[in-house]
Design a protein around this ligand. Structure first.
Ligand code: SD4
Length: 338
């Protein structure tokens, strides 16, 4: 594994080497990049909009768009959207087929939030294919926001969800291979393809959803940012919405999605807000910056303007608006070494 010094050298930051210098380079980038993406004034027909993380966002957006284009609500759209990768065994970072923790268990985290500020969440949930729908049920049928583990499972089963084996042959084989090669204590964090999906409907209301099997080979019982309202996802219908992907520990430390929304409240464009949040992580958590590290944010504001930004290159997001669904490369803070 490449250590941080090596990473800095290879990425051209060796001479800088300090946290302060990271932030300086960040603000230079910030100035450059805020000129275009997310700043342009959008026309009325830009609403509805769906934005989601990674390549599997394309199929998720399709499902969301069907609902939005039929005058459906953003809440229904975000739930139905993320159910697509949850059920897809080839998406090894969400729901069915997700890579397990280091003990071989697939444990799921998810949250959902609507335009009224209602929210629901499940964490460390096992054997349920659609944690996002359980999260929505927690929001709508209980006086609570979050259920975890066995309690979340009992709640799901009592409400008509079926218990299923989510560990596919492919994911089990990957886990067995990892177990053979990996030293249990030097556990490289892998898999940062959570789906976060944000939508604004024709009525101008925002909602968001986030769902994941979390980092592969994580400690059994570990919960990331994705089910935490304000970390993995946040919606404020007056302002905008945001979602995060990547190393959850880094996102939790800055209350990432809440931060992005608050930056928009303070006048930043969605693009600027994502960039500032990424800069905050790079500046405050340099100990995390290694070859495997990634965090990305997406944001959508009340006008349908969007933003996306990541720590490293390689982050993609799917954007559906003006009847077009596109996979786009996010701008990023720093190029990973080859
Ligand atoms: C987590 N944020 O559990 C998630 C990991 C992930 O895209 O896959 N993010 O930390």
């Amino acid at each position: 594994m490449i250590d941080r010094r090596e990473f800095l050298k290879k990425s051209g930051l060796a001479a800088i080497g300090t946290v302060a210098a990271f932030s300086k380079s960040g603000s230079a980038l910030l100035q450059e990049e805020t000129a275009d993406l997310g700043k342009s004034k959008l026309k009325e027909e830009s609403i509805p909009v769906v934005i989601s993380t990674w390549k599997h966002g394309i199929a998720a957006n399709e499902a969301s768009w069907k609902i939005l284009s039929n005058n459906g609500t953003a809440l229904d759209a975000v739930e139905q959207g993320v159910r697509v990768p949850e059920a897809d065994p080839d998406v090894q970072s969400v729901g069915y087929g997700g890579l397990p923790d280091r003990d071989g268990y697939v444990t799921l985290d998810a949250c959902i939030m609507d335009e009224k500020g209602n929210c629901g969440s499940v964490a460390y949930l096992q054997n349920i294919m659609h944690p996002i729908s359980v999260a929505r049920m927690v929001m709508e049928k209980t006086p609570h926001i979050m259920l975890v583990g066995d309690g979340a499972l009992q709640f799901a089963l009592a409400n008509g969800f079926k218990k299923e084996n989510l560990l596919t042959k492919k994911s089990k084989e990957a886990w067995l291979k990892w177990k053979k090669e990996s030293n249990y204590s030097s556990h490289k964090l892998k898999g940062h393809d959570t789906i976060g999906l944000l939508a604004i409907d024709k009525a101008g209301n925002l909602s968001g959803a986030c769902t994941t099997s979390g980092l592969a080979w994580k400690y059994h019982g570990r919960v990331g940012d994705s089910p935490l309202i304000g970390a993995g996802m946040y919606v404020d219908n007056e302002i905008g919405a945001a979602a995060a992907t990547g190393k959850g520990e880094a996102v939790i430390k800055i209350s990432g999605s809440f931060l992005v929304v608050e930056l928009m409240r303070n006048g930043k464009s969605p693009q600027e807000a994502c960039e500032i949040a990424v800069n905050r992580i790079v500046k405050k958590q340099p100990e995390y910056i290694d070859k495997y590290f990634q965090v990305g944010f997406i944001a959508l504001d009340k006008q349908g303007r969007y933003g996306a930004y990541s720590v490293k290159n390689g982050f993609q997001f799917a954007l559906y608006r003006n009847n077009m669904n596109q996979l786009l490369d996010s701008k990023f803070f720093i190029e990973n070494q080859k």
